[in-house]
Design a protein around this ligand. Structure first.
Ligand SMILES: *[C@@H]1O[C@H](CO)[C@@H](O)[C@H](O)[C@H]1NC(C)=O
Ligand SMILES: *[C@@H]1O[C@H](CO)[C@@H](O)[C@H](O)[C@H]1NC(C)=O
Ligand SMILES: *[C@@H]1O[C@H](CO)[C@@H](O)[C@H](O)[C@H]1NC(C)=O
Ligand SMILES: *[C@@H]1O[C@H](CO)[C@@H](O)[C@H](O)[C@H]1NC(C)=O
Length: 583
């Protein structure tokens, strides 16, 4: 299945990773039903201490399966990890301190002075990270994309402890840190799929509750990215913190809300360590986005007036509330990001064209769809993530170049659309481009889909211009053709954009209509509105139902036979309210 992609992919590990991901997706389809039975939704987390096998624990057999940190202490709302729900062979350190990125165990069951037991270790050395770079992903550097994590240093305590706190430790029963490691922590799209979505699924299944302290794995001394903090904050009532900060010898480094004690304590009754793998578990990407939406809804609603004001001051726009307007946000790039690449060169011109579209470009009345006109505007994502969530709840479409920004689509109300644009030489036809936004919006675990993916691959070379890395071409820059191509700037053709606007209007947030465009190939086009993908190559819909489209107009007429989703249109027309949160 991945063989034909091999020569186009940048390196063997990516091939392996993608093959595994794709294979697991198929496997996932078959085990969905089996797994669905084990999911527990809501917050019902078993409160008892349980017995069970100890295969997760690399030390001596130890019977407590549920780690209950509080044991009756006051002001301590029971942080809890239920090891029966562990999917990733997490390890548990009992009676352990953290000191300058080192885990120091005092657990008598695995301590050399009292036992023959083996101290649990967590092997993180196979984890890769892209060197964090002001230019974005480090994969633009030849040696920056597959850097390895150093081993996590775990040792037994000894009689030569330098730190006073470790010489006579008091182990917190209130605060329970969980160390969480996964590939590529410096890319938002990877963080979302490799670990964040899985954490949401794990929490819903009852693996850990909201009172634990989440410690994302980053190389020692480097910051936890803002998106990781933003997303992880939706899973815990404690502050998100790096191991460097948590284990720092300077108390000022840790925000008081990291521990339940409110002080910089470093010794804990339990510490859990997990290396989360990308496997068939979860894959509920829209669910994770909606989890973020629900968590932040009170916050973004409280700031709505200020966000409206900011949009008006920066862009001179107000997002229309009129449901007859198809609202489209363009992922715009800061001047700095634009220098690097991936700019829509004619963004302003296309937005202007969209907002002054003539009758021939608008959905005809006889379609019977609600949309009468378009409203397009640009927004820079990532500067205020709360505002981004708020904004995504009010648009029908997000359009952007291939990139992590498209992850914002998962905040949308059901039936929203994403248009992904790609430069010349970086088509999902022959590279890994479709593994991200298209993959996340098309999970087989989330049928019928709630976000509809549309693609525009640029096949005309004169519509792309090189980004800075391609232009400068230093010996230490990535040699991979597709990485350079990915970062090119493009001109978006009105023909392709217009075509998708009409598709999206005809679909009108209705899954069956979208599915028809998907099966016909009409959802994924080139700059000159030709089919971008050969039938059979879309791994998310039945192979034998995939076909070629002949005329985009014909495909749009064809989908009008499916009844429109009044439910989704109704949800889109209703502003978010706290008393009526989306399911
Ligand atoms: C850690 O995992 C890697 C990859 O799975 C393996 O090659 C290595 O031997 C492991 N190291 C230890 C100390 O177990
Ligand atoms: C903890 O504090 C930090 C700032 O110190 C804040 O950004 C974060 O939202 C807080 N988290 C919680 C869960 O209160
Ligand atoms: C490619 O794009 C250029 C610039 O818009 C245009 O002049 C040319 O006709 C296009 N070529 C094809 C084959 O569509
Ligand atoms: C789609 O079109 C291509 C190129 O014309 C052709 O080779 C292929 O057989 C067609 N596939 C289907 C399923 O119609």
């Amino acid at each position: 299945m991945c063989g034909s992609d091999r020569r186009m992919l940048p390196c063997a590990h990516v091939v392996r990773r993608l093959c595994t991901a794709v294979a697991l997706t198929f496997l996932g389809l078959y085990i969905t039903i089996a797994l669905a039975g084990t999911f527990q939704t809501g917050n019902a987390i078993a409160a008892s201490t349980l017995d069970g096998d100890s295969r997760h624990l690399h030390g001596e057999p130890w019977s407590a399966r549920t780690l209950l940190q509080a044991e009756g202490a006051s002001n301590c709302p029971l942080p809890k990890v239920d090891m029966r729900r562990d999917r990733y062979h997490c390890v548990v350190w009992r009676k352990a301190c953290v000191d300058q990125n080192v885990i120091v165990s005092f657990d008598p069951d695995v301590h050399p002075t009292t036992s023959m037991g083996t101290l649990p270790t967590l092997n993180v050395t196979d984890i890769m990270y892209n060197i964090p770079s002001k230019y974005g992903i480090g994969d633009r550097y030849r040696k920056g994309s597959a850097l390895r994590f150093p081993p996590l240093y775990v040792r037994p305590s000894n009689d030569m402890e330098e730190e006073e706190e470790l010489r006579n430790p008091t182990f917190s029963k209130c605060t329970l840190p969980i160390l969480l490691y996964a590939h590529y922590p410096y890319n938002a799209a990877e963080t979302y799929r490799y670990i964040f979505e899985k954490l949401v699924t794990l929490q819903e299944a009852g693996f850990f509750n909201r009172y634990v302290t989440l410690v994302p794995g980053v190389p020692p001394g480097t910051k936890v990215p803002s998106y990781t903090k933003f997303w992880y904050n939706s899973l815990s009532d404690r502050g998100v913190v790096s191991l460097s900060e948590l284990s720092s010898r300077r108390s000022t480094d840790t925000a008081p809300n990291v521990t339940w004690e409110g002080t910089h304590i470093r010794c804990f009754e339990h510490i859990v360590g997990c290396r989360i793998r990308y496997d068939g578990y979860g894959l509920r990407f829209y669910n994770a986005g909606q989890h973020v939406v629900r968590h932040y809804m009170p916050h973004y609603l409280a700031q709505a007036a200020s966000f409206e004001q900011q949009l008006f001051e920066k862009r001179g726009i107000r997002i229309p509330e009129d449901t007859g307007t198809l609202r489209v946000v363009f992922i715009s790039r800061t001047p700095h990001q634009s220098t690097v690449g991936r700019t829509i060169l004619n963004e302003a011109e296309i937005i202007q064209k969209c907002n002054s579209a003539k009758e021939a470009d608008l959905p005809p009345t006889e379609w019977g769809v609600p949309y009468r006109k378009y409203f397009c505007f640009a927004h820079i994502f990532g500067e205020n993530q709360l505002m981004d969530v708020w904004l995504m709840r009010q648009v029908d479409v997000i359009l952007g170049m291939h990139g992590a920004g498209l992850t914002n689509s998962l905040y949308m109300k059901p039936g929203g659309s994403v248009i992904e644009l790609r430069p010349f030489g970086f088509s999902g036809r022959e590279s890994w481009a479709n593994r991200y936004a298209r993959f996340k919006t098309s999970s087989l675990r989330e049928l019928p889909w709630n976000v509809f993916w549309y693609g525009i691959d640029t096949f005309n070379a004169s519509l792309s211009e090189p980004g800075i890395f391609e232009q400068q071409d230093k010996p230490h820059f990535s040699k991979f053709r597709t990485i350079k191509a990915r970062d090119r700037h493009v001109h978006l053709t009105w023909a392709a954009f217009r075509n998708h606007l009409l598709n999206i209007a005809a679909v009108s947030r209705t899954f069956e209509r979208y599915l028809s465009l998907r099966l016909s190939g009409a959802y994924y086009i080139t700059d000159d509105v030709m089919q971008a993908e050969v039938p059979g190559n879309d791994p998310h819909v039945e192979k034998n139902r995939q076909r070629n489209f002949t005329s985009p107009e014909e495909e749009r007429r064809r989908i009008l036979q499916f009844p429109i989703s009044n439910r989704n249109l109704q949800i889109a027309a209703t502003p978010d309210r706290l008393d009526a949160r989306q399911p």
